[in-house]
Design a protein around this ligand. Structure first.
Ligand SMILES: NC(=O)C1=CN([C@@H]2O[C@H](COP(=O)(O)OP(=O)(O)OC[C@H]3O[C@@H](n4cnc5c(N)ncnc54)[C@H](OP(=O)(O)O)[C@@H]3O)[C@@H](O)[C@H]2O)[C@H](O)CC1
Ligand SMILES: [K+]
Length: 503
């Protein structure tokens, strides 16, 4: 499923109208119909008391269609207009006229004191938010701010049409206040703002409704749209596991990680790799922690980087970085030099990224794939910008880094973005605060290493890894509470989750 900015949505609308034989009036009818059907099938009970609040733009226009359709089907539905009907323009005005022909004067105006509206919202079981959609510009006006506050104050189940009013469709910012939706029925495509900044906090559960907009025309229009990772894609990306496979078939991961201070990073990364199906995992780390690791994880082969670096000849993927620390720059820089020259897929994570900043040109020349896995602080370090700057442009900076290093980039965040060297992007739509704990990043690197070792291509491995990692964490969080999930519990849950997604 493709993701659009507000501007891209407008261009695709215009294309649909010009080349698809549909006009704006019809598109709005299709949109309102699609939402009313979804509401009836998924949400509304027969005794529901529904209030639809409409603004003066086309988001409000969708609301007039929804109100008409629900009333036609006998639902108890009240329509509130934010502005006098004479302020309506274009197709929204036309749809209001159609509504008013079918249900003459069966609507109310949000009065100055908002007493009628507040009373109605208080008695409602559902509020359908059609105040503002993709047309929001700049700071919210005080009047709309007050209306949104009234909607949020009500206890009714709130459903946003296209997006919660007050949320900026493209950048995910909420300049003042936004409707806190339990659910969002978005039209034609989810908007980029759903996955950025404050967007995820207000959209609730979201569903995309097909309204005949020609999304497939994006390539013709020169748009490079990111896509959302979904269950199907994850299932198709899990490497095939033949029943007669032996350890040699399931790959050999070489993980270079850990230090006296960060023992856990090495343990979690290598165990995540081993416990998600990789045939053999070799961990190269400081000999000072060998005994601690061996007693905890006897399945992992151990070598030391305190002496000359031995390159395991069976290794088919290398991960470098978790828990290295920055205390031994000469040693770790030299290791990165050596492994960069090898013809293996190479994942660079955590402190490994610190050493990678000195090696952009060598990394760029690699013929085997390189995968960089920065969080926002590491992205800021790699691009020499502030965290605010990179976070304000997550899709853009991920592409820029991929291009600079000719690498795959897994840009961690509440909604992780993955990017191929050619700029193609995918977004993970799930993940919550259960993952906000030390060790979970090391687990992700281990899982990614394991999938590559088992034969996945880099893009598929990243898609599966971020999604399974997030889905497994949510499940553990549900069981233990999000305060309590440990990296070990997450590792245990990974293999079970992978099993659920195997075709
Ligand atoms: N995706 C599709 O193909 C379709 C989407 N539809 C729906 O159309 C809206 C977009 O409609 P648009 O008219 O462009 O914009 P909105 O309704 O979201 O917003 C316009 C109104 O918002 C007011 N506005 C703008 N900024 C502010 C602000 N800062 N504070 C308060 N109010 C603001 C604006 O008022 P003005 O006085 O500034 O004009 C307008 O009243 C999309 O989201 C979908 O719901 C189509 O129905 C079908 C096709
Ligand atoms: K809305």
């Amino acid at each position: 499923m493709y993701i659009c900015t507000a501007q891209q949505m407008r261009e695709l609308d215009a294309y649909t109208i010009e080349y698809g034989g549909l006009n704006e009036l019809l598109l709005m009818e299709i949109a309102g119909n699609a939402v009313s059907h979804a509401l009836i099938h998924n949400d509304l009970t027969r005794d529901a008391i529904i209030t639809i609040v409409c603004g003066a733009g086309n988001n409000g226009g969708d609301g007039f269609v929804i109100a008409r359709r629900l009333k036609e089907m006998g639902y108890n539905c009240s329509l509130f207009l934010a502005y006098e009907p004479q302020h309506l323009k274009g197709v929204a005005a036309q749809h209001f006229t159609i509504y008013n022909k079918n249900f003459p004067n069966d609507w109310q105006l949000c009065d100055q004191q908002l007493t009628r509206l507040k009373q109605q919202l208080g008695e409602s079981t559902y509020i359908i938010d059609c105040l503002l959609g993709t047309g929001l510009e700049g700071e919210l006006r005080l009047y709309e701010e007050t209306l949104i506050q009234c909607i949020n104050d009500a206890t009714a189940y709130k459903i946003a049409v296209d997006l919660p009013s007050g949320l900026h469709a493209t950048n995910g910012r909420i300049p003042t206040i936004a409707v806190h939706a339990k659910k969002t029925y978005t039209l034609a495509a989810p908007k980029t703002g759903f996955f950025l900044q404050q967007g995820p906090a207000v959209i609730g559960e979201w569903h995309c409704l097909n309204i005949s907009v020609k999304i497939a025309a994006h390539a013709k229009l020169g748009m490079d749209l990111p896509q959302v990772i979904d269950d199907k894609l994850v299932s198709s990306g899990i490497p095939y596991r033949p029943a007669d496979g032996h350890k040699g078939v399931f790959g050999y991961s070489w993980i270079i990680a850990g230090s006296s201070k960060y023992i856990g990073a090495a343990v979690f990364c290598s165990n995540a790799a081993f416990q998600t199906g990789c045939g053999i995992v070799e961990l190269t780390t400081t000999s000072a922690i060998h005994i601690a690791i061996a007693s905890q994880s006897p399945d992992i082969l151990l070598t030391s980087y305190d002496e000359a670096l031995e390159i395991p000849n069976k290794a088919n993927v290398i991960a470098f970085g978790p828990g290295l620390g920055r205390e031994k720059p000469t040693l770790h820089q030299a290791i990165l030099q050596k492994i960069t020259a090898l013809n293996h897929p190479l994942i660079i994570d955590a402190d490994g990224l610190y050493y990678a900043t000195n090696m952009q040109e060598q990394l760029k020349k690699r013929s085997a794939p390189t995968i960089l896995t920065p969080h926002p602080g590491e992205m800021a370090m790699l691009l020499k910008r502030s965290i605010d700057e990179v976070e304000n442009n997550r899709f853009g900076v991920a592409k820029e880094l991929a291009k600079r290093y000719d690498a795959f980039v897994l840009y961690k965040g509440h909604r992780t973005i993955i990017t191929a060297p050619n700029g193609q992007q995918w977004l993970c739509p799930i993940g919550d605060d259960a993952l906000g704990r030390g060790g979970t990043g090391d687990v992700l690197t281990g899982l990614l290493t394991s999938l590559l070792a088992q034969g996945s291509q880099p893009m598929a491995a990243m898609q599966v890894a971020v999604y399974i990692h997030a889905a497994a964490a949510s499940e553990v969080g549900k069981r233990t509470g999000n305060y309590k999930m440990t990296a070990w519990q997450l590792i245990d849950a990974l293999a079970i989750k992978l099993g659920q997604y195997i075709r």
